[in-house]
Design a protein around this ligand. Sequence first.
Ligand SMILES: [Zn+2]
Length: 293
Amino acid sequence: MMGPPAAGLGQPIRKDERSLMPASRADGYRHVLPHRDVEGAAVRVTYLGHATVLIEVDGVRVLTDPLLRRRIGPLVRLVPLADVPVTGIDAVLISHLHFDHCDLPSLAALGRDTHVIVPIGAGPFLRGHGFRHVTELAWGGSTLVGAVEVTATEAVHDGRRLMVGPRVDAAGFVLTGTSGEAVYFAGDTNLFPGMATLPGVRDEVAVALLPVWGWGPNLGPGHLDPARAVEAAARIRPRHAMPIHAGTYYPVGLRRVYPRNIVEPPADFATGVSARALPTEVVVPQPGTVLVT
Ligand SMILES: [Zn+2]
């Protein structure tokens, strides 16, 4: 069920609000504001950092992989938390159980009655931590959140919670509104053939949220780097793509030693999409960036 919209987020953006959005930063992020008339927009996406995105479709508010802390284990947050209220959330999507995607303190802050949608097999883990409204989806399975259809997609990523947690497949999700507008949240994944025909997509993907890196100087298997994320965009051919999962968290002490992969992957992704002449507008976000289709 829908909760009450938070002030300023459940409504269409007024033009005079754009001036409140963060300005470009000197740390390498390019901040792109939507240029279209945003009154009555069906889809609105607000980037909060790492894989945390507030997706609003037809007024339904869905939060992905909430990670809203300044420090998590050895990782420190490099960029400020966005000044965006995360109240009135209708559902949370958890792509897999890794610590930077399924953060129990961030989830608990949202409330243990929050509707949490997880890959099949992850339900007992969430329920065991006191979350009372958990829906498990297999790849291709779907559920309704208000009038919005949420469909789980394949993801090629070892979703096991290290070191002793349950072994659970990862998933991505497609949100489809009543008008057919679709938002794809890839979670953590490598390329897979079915990216070109994602379940839940009726027409085209309005916004693809694609990971382009991770949280450290190196990237393990089961991820998209900028080049593979460009190939993902070529398969999905979304109208908009937002590179995520880079530049928000980094291991303590490595920021100055290995700075390259903090800021460059999103920019490399944007450059790569341009070079392929895809029908995709890339919005490189920083926390607080809003994309309206
Ligand atoms: Zn992961």
